[in-house]
Design a binder for this molecule. Sequence first.
Ligand SMILES: NC(=O)c1ccc[n+]([C@@H]2O[C@H](COP(=O)([O-])OP(=O)(O)OC[C@H]3O[C@@H](n4cnc5c(N)ncnc54)[C@H](OP(=O)(O)O)[C@@H]3O)[C@@H](O)[C@H]2O)c1
Length: 334
Amino acid sequence: MRAFIVDRYGKSGNTLRAGDVPEPEVGEHDVLVQIHAAGVNALDAKIRDGEFKLVLPYRPPFVLGNDVAGVVIRIGAGVRKFKPGDEVYARPDKDRIGTFAELISVNEDDLALKPKRLTMEEAAAVPLVGLTAWQALVEIAGLRKGQKVFIHAGAGGVGTFAIQLAKHLGATVATTTSAANVDLVKRLGADVVIDYRKDDFETVLHDYDVVLNSLDNETLKKSLRVLKPGGKLISISGPPDPAFAGEIGKPWILRPITRVLSHRIRKAARRRQVSYSFLFMRASGKQLSEITSLIDAAIITPVLDRIFPFESTNEAMAYVQTGRARGKVVVKVK
Ligand SMILES: NC(=O)c1ccc[n+]([C@@H]2O[C@H](COP(=O)([O-])OP(=O)(O)OC[C@H]3O[C@@H](n4cnc5c(N)ncnc54)[C@H](OP(=O)(O)O)[C@@H]3O)[C@@H](O)[C@H]2O)c1
C-alpha cells in the first residue's frame, strides 16, 4: 500500500518519503480500516524531527500520522464492536500510529463510529484534538457549570474544539487569538477574546478556575497568575511532570528527567496554591464515542482550514508547521 514514511529522524525541513509498504497485520482485537482521510497534527512534525524519540521511540522506517477516518474492511476474530462497512474514526494508540497510508490496523478499543453528520475529512479532524480537549477539561479539570476557563490559542486545532466543549460544560471561556481570528473564536462561543498582539492576558483575566496552555514556557508561567487559589493549570506543550513518566510506562528513565524539567513550574504553582499537570493525550474509543454524540447533536462542529490531496502530505505538514492554521488541516486519502 502507499504510505508516507519517516526514513530517518532529522532536523526541521526533513520530508516524508512516499513509498510502498506491506499491508498491516490484523490481530485478534484489531480492525483493518481503509483510510479515507487523515488529520495532520503539530505532533507529526515533532515526531518526524526526532523531538519525541525518548518518549515515543519509533524505529525508522515507519509510517507517520495520528488521526484517521475511514471504513472497516476486515476484523480480527475477537472483535465485537465493529463490522466490515462501518464508518469509523480514531486516534490510534501511540505505539501503533501510521495514518498517512491507505490502510491501518487499529485496536477496537481505540476506535469509534464516525459522527454521521460529518464527512470523512471533517471526522479525521477530530480524534487527537478532541480527545486532548476532553482529557484536559473533563478528566483532569472536571470543568463544571459556572466555572471560568482560559484556553490559549483558541483558533488552533485544540483551541477550536476546546472552546466548544468548555461552553457545553457550562463554563465561561476566555481565549487568545490574533485579530484575524477574533470572529471565529466568538462564533465558537468564547466569551472573552484577547488579541495577544495588542493586549496582555495577564492584565485582563483574574480568578480563573482552569487554564489550558499550549504555548511556550513564558506563557505557562504567566498563566499561573490568572488562576485563583485551588485553580488548575494544565499544559499540553510541556514541561512533562513525574506523573507523566509513570503514565507512559517509563518511570525509571523519565521520572528523574521530568522532575527536573517541571521543578520550577510545580514549585511556582505550589506557592500560588494551584495545581500543575502536564497532559499527553491517549487513545480512547470510549471517549471518542462520547465526542461522536456531541458532534451528532450539533453541540460541537470541527473547524477545517484546508484539505490537501494525499500526494501533498508533506505540504500539509509544512502548512501546520507555520503555526497559522485556523482549526484543522486534513489529508484526503481516498
Ligand atoms: N500533549 C498533548 O497531548 C498534545 C495534544 C495536542 C496538541 N499538543 C500541542 O499543543 C500545541 C497546539 O496544538 P494545535 O494542534 O492546537 O496547534 P495548531 O492548530 O497548529 O495551532 C495554530 C494556532 O495557534 C494560534 N497561535 C499561534 N501563536 C499564538 C499565540 N502566541 N497566542 C495565541 N494563539 C496563537 C494561531 O492563531 P493566530 O494565527 O490567530 O495566532 C493558530 O490558529 C502544539 O504544540 C501541539 O504539539 C499537545
